[in-house]
Design a binder for this molecule. Structure first.
Ligand code: UD1
Ligand code: CA
Length: 463
C-alpha cells in the first residue's frame, strides 16, 4: 500500500458564519468541526497530516496540538493556494494525499478509507469524492461527459444556469498522487468570479492532460454537508446528534424523545439508564447504569454513578455517587461531590462541597465551600454563610450531625460529629461532639398583650 498523507484545509475566516469564532472552531455536538475532521482522518492512519491554518491559527493549534503538523497560509487566496502551503512539508514524499476541508464535520473514517482504497486500486492520479445533493446550491458541480467521465468542477458562482441544474457536487474531499498534486497546483490560475485559486481546478487540468481522473460517488449525501453558515451548522448538529443518540440506544440507553435530547460526542452512558426529552448532557460527562434523568436537566463535565436520579437539575463539573439523587430544580456548581445514597432535594445549591454518604439536604439550602460528613441531616433553608465580602471561608460538618432548619452556619466553622444545631440558629462558633448549639434569641411570651392595644374594645378590629 502506498504511503498515505493528508492535508486539512482550515485557514478560512468563514465570513458567512458572521461570527467572532473562526469557522472550523465552531462546535458540533461538543467538538470543533476541524477536530471532528482530524479525528476521522487519524483513523485512516496517514503517515503525515498537515493542517493549513490562517485565520485563528493560534486557537486551532492550541486545540489540535501535536496531532498534526501545520502550514501557515498568510493570505486566503483560495483552496489551491492553501494546499500549496503544505508543499515544503510534503512535496518530497511519494504516495496518496487526501485533501479534506475543516468545515465538513460529518465524514466518517469509513468513507475516507473507501476513497483511499478506490483511488489506490484504480491507480488514478486524482479521485474526487462526489455526492448527489438534494439542494446543490453553493457547492462546486461535477461536470461529466456523455460517457460519465469527469471533465472538471465548476463553482457555484462560476456556473452557467445549465450547470447549476447539476445535482452531483464536489464534497471537497479528494485523493491525489502526491507529487502530481504539487506539480498541477502551480498551474492553477485565479481567472474566475472570485479571483481565487481553486483546488478543484486541478481536476480539470489533469483531465485536460489525459491523466486518470475519477469520481467516487457516495450513496448518501448526508456525510458531505459543508458548513458555511449557521443554517448548515444547525443541520450538522442535528445529524451528528442523531448518530450519537442511535449509538447510545444501541448500547442499551433508553431515550424517550431522542430528537429532543442533546448529548455531546464524548459523553458515556451506562445500560438501562433512561433519558427523557429536553435533557442536555455536555462535555466529558460519564453516567453509570440504571440512572433516570428527567427533562429540564443539564449536565456538564460531570461523573454520575449507577442508579442515580436527576430530576430537572443543573450539574456542572460535579460528581454524584451511586444511588444518590437530586432535584427537582437544584444546582450543583463546580467541584461538588454528592456521596452514596445522599439526597439533594428541591431548590438547593451546592458549590465546591462534599456531602457524605446518606446525607440529606432536602429543601431550599445552600452549601458552599464545605466538607459535610455522612448521615448528616441538613434541615430546610440552611445557609452556609461562606463569604464575608472579601474572602471565601470553609465549613466542616462531622458525621451524624443534625443541622436544624433555617440555620446560618457562619464560616469558618467546624461542627463536630454527632452534634446538634437548633433550628433558626446563627452559628458563629465551633460546636463540639455531642453538644447542642442554640444561636437564637430566647423566646419571650408577653401575657395578655391584647388588652394593651388601643383597639382591644373594637369587636371588628382585625377580623
Ligand atoms: C469548496 C469547494 C467546492 C465544494 C465545497 C464542499 C473550492 C474552490 N470549492 O467550496 O467545490 O463543493 O468546498 O464543501 O475549493 N480555505 C483555506 N484557505 C483559503 C480558502 C479556503 O484554508 O484560501 C479552507 C476553508 O477554511 C475551508 C475549506 O478550505 O475549511 C473550504 O473553503 P470554503 O471557502 O468553505 O469553500 P466552499 O465555498 O465551501
Ligand atoms: Ca465550505
Amino acid at each position: 500500500m502506498a504511503e498515505r498523507l493528508t492535508v486539512i484545509l482550515a485557514a478560512g475566516k468563514g465570513t458567512r458564519m458572521k461570527s467572532k469564532l473562526y469557522k472550523v472552531l465552531h462546535p458540533v455536538c461538543g467538538r470543533a468541526m476541524v477536530d471532528h475532521v482530524l479525528t476521522q482522518v487519524e483513523q485512516t492512519h496517514p503517515s503525515e497530516i498537515v493542517t493549513v491554518v490562517g485565520f485563528g491559527s493560534d486557537q486551532v493549534q492550541k486545540l489540535l496540538h501535536t496531532r498534526t503538523a501545520y502550514a501557515l497560509q498568510k493570505e486566503q487566496l483560495g483552496t489551491a493556494h492553501a494546499v500549496l502551503q503544505a508543499e515544503s512539508l510534503l512535496a518530497d514524499k511519494s504516495g496518496t494525499t487526501l485533501v479534506i476541508s475543516g468545515d465538513t464535520p460529518l465524514f466518517t473514517a469509513e468513507t475516507l478509507n473507501q476513497l483511499f482504497a478506490y483511488h489506490e486500486q484504480n491507480q488514478a492520479m486524482a479521485t474526487v469524492l462526489t455526492a448527489k445533493a438534494p439542494d446543490p446550491f453553493g457547492y462546486g458541480r461535477v461536470i461529466r461527459d456523455e460517457n460519465g467521465q469527469v471533465l472538471r468542477i465548476v463553482e457555484q458562482k462560476d456556473a452557467t444556469p445549465e450547470e447549476q441544474q447539476i445535482q452531483e457536487i464536489n464534497t471537497g474531499v479528494y485523493c491525489f498522487d502526491n507529487q502530481q498534486l504539487f506539480t498541477y497546483l502551480h498551474m492553477v490560475n485565479n481567472d474566475n468570479v472570485q479571483s481565487e485559486y481553486y483546488l478543484p481546478d486541478v481536476i480539470g487540468l489533469m483531465q485536460a492532460q489525459q491523466q486518470k481522473v475519477l469520481a467516487y460517488q457516495m450513496a448518501d449525501f448526508t456525510e458531505s454537508l459543508g458548513v458555511n453558515d449557521r443554517i448548515a451548522l444547525a443541520q450538522a448538529n442535528q445529524i451528528m446528534q442523531q448518530r450519537i443518540n442511535r449509538r447510545l440506544m444501541a448500547q442499551g440507553v433508553s431515550m424517550l424523545a431522542p430528537e429532543q435530547t442533546a448529548i455531546d460526542i464524548d459523553v458515556q452512558i451506562g445500560v438501562d439508564t433512561v433519558v427523557e426529552g429536553g435533557v442536555t448532557i455536555k462535555g466529558q460527562t460519564q453516567i453509570g447504569a440504571d440512572c433516570y434523568i428527567t427533562s429540564g436537566s443539564r449536565i456538564v463535565d460531570s461523573t454520575i454513578g449507577d442508579g442515580v436520579t436527576i430530576t430537572s437539575s443543573t450539574l456542572e463539573q460535579s460528581v454524584m455517587d451511586n444511588q444518590s439523587n437530586i432535584g427537582p430544580n437544584s444546582h450543583l456548581r463546580p467541584k461538588s461531590h454528592i456521596g452514596v445514597q445522599a439526597h439533594v432535594g428541591n431548590f438547593c445549591e451546592v458549590k465546591n462541597a462534599t456531602l457524605g454518604a446518606r446525607t440529606k439536604m432536602g429543601h431550599l439550602s445552600y452549601v458552599g465551600d464545605a466538607q459535610i460528613g455522612s448521615d448528616v441531616n441538613i434541615g430546610c433553608g440552611v445557609v452556609l454563610v461562606n463569604y464575608d465580602g472579601v474572602k471565601k471561608w470553609s465549613t466542616t460538618v462531622g458525621d451524624h450531625a443534625f443541622i436544624g432548619s433555617n440555620s446560618n452556619l457562619v464560616a469558618p466553622l467546624t461542627i463536630a460529629d454527632h452534634s446538634f444545631v437548633a433550628a433558626g440558629s446563627t452559628i458563629t462558633q465551633d460546636v463540639a461532639r455531642h453538644d447542642l448549639a442554640l444561636g437564637r434569641a430566647r423566646q419571650i411570651n408577653k401575657a395578655d398583650y391584647w388588652d394593651k392595644l388601643p383597639v382591644s374594645d373594637d369587636p371588628n378590629w382585625n377580623k
